[in-house]
Design a protein around this ligand. Structure first.
Ligand code: HQG
Length: 181
């Protein structure tokens, strides 16, 4: 697939735009944006043939639509998944009745005790369907799915955001809103 073609470059781009911009010596602004020209210049040090065309192809073919260009195309950022603090300017949204969270079975006991915590990222990530949640959980090991009673959370005042690439975000999920599927 097109996505496979630049897998190494794309993985590294994720690392830079979500976690470690200093890994190639760039900075992000308060909203998570990197200057496209500066990014390309620095990516070339690690991947000598890196180009704007490659960057555009990575953004366009990414299966999870992880990246977005600014309207004027001078900047680029990750749509979600940050561990560094960035203000994505997402507007609070009314969540659906329920959402799902895929995780590894070894985390279940701890999650039932202390709820879903954001760990190293800026938010807890929730999926709209079980299939997506299963993929997310499989990244950590043998997957297990929690159904999250998001409407009940919303009614109790929890805030939800929807990232530009369709991932639901919230600060935490206390155990009482969780149910194993
Ligand atoms: C777990 C991927 C023990 C949590 C995906 C998860 C997503 C707890 C892990 C995005 C816990 C954190 C995010 C508790 C939470 N005790 N374990 N109290 N609370 N956990 O990677 O949701 O491919 O930071 O269940 O598609 O797996 O990178 O979060 O297993 O959208 O674009 O702690 O990353 O997208 O893991 O994944 P992560 P996540 P990308």
């Amino acid at each position: 697939s097109k996505e496979e073609k630049y897998k190494k470059e794309s993985k590294f781009l994720s690392l830079v735009l979500r976690h470690h911009p200093e890994a190639i010596g760039i900075t992000l602004d308060a909203h998570g944006w990197a200057e496209v020209n500066v990014l390309i210049k620095h990516m070339k040090r690690k991947f000598p043939v890196f180009s704007l065309k490659m960057l555009e192809e990575i953004v366009a073919t990414d299966s999870k639509q992880r990246y977005a260009f600014s309207e004027d195309n001078t900047k680029i950022r990750a749509n979600q998944g940050h561990s560094i603090t960035v203000e994505l300017e997402l507007l609070p949204q009314i969540p659906p009745e329920c959402l799902y969270h895929g995780t590894a079975s070894r985390f279940v006991e701890s999650i039932l005790k202390s709820g879903l915590q954001k760990q190293t990222r800026q938010y807890v990530h929730l999926s709209t369907d079980i299939e997506t949640a299963t993929k997310v959980g499989s990244r950590h090991g043998s997957p297990i799915i929690f159904k999250v009673n998001t409407m009940a959370m919303y009614k109790e005042g929890f805030t939800f955001y929807l990232s530009a690439n369709g991932v639901w975000l919230t600060d935490k999920v206390p155990p009482k809103f969780l149910e194993l599927v």
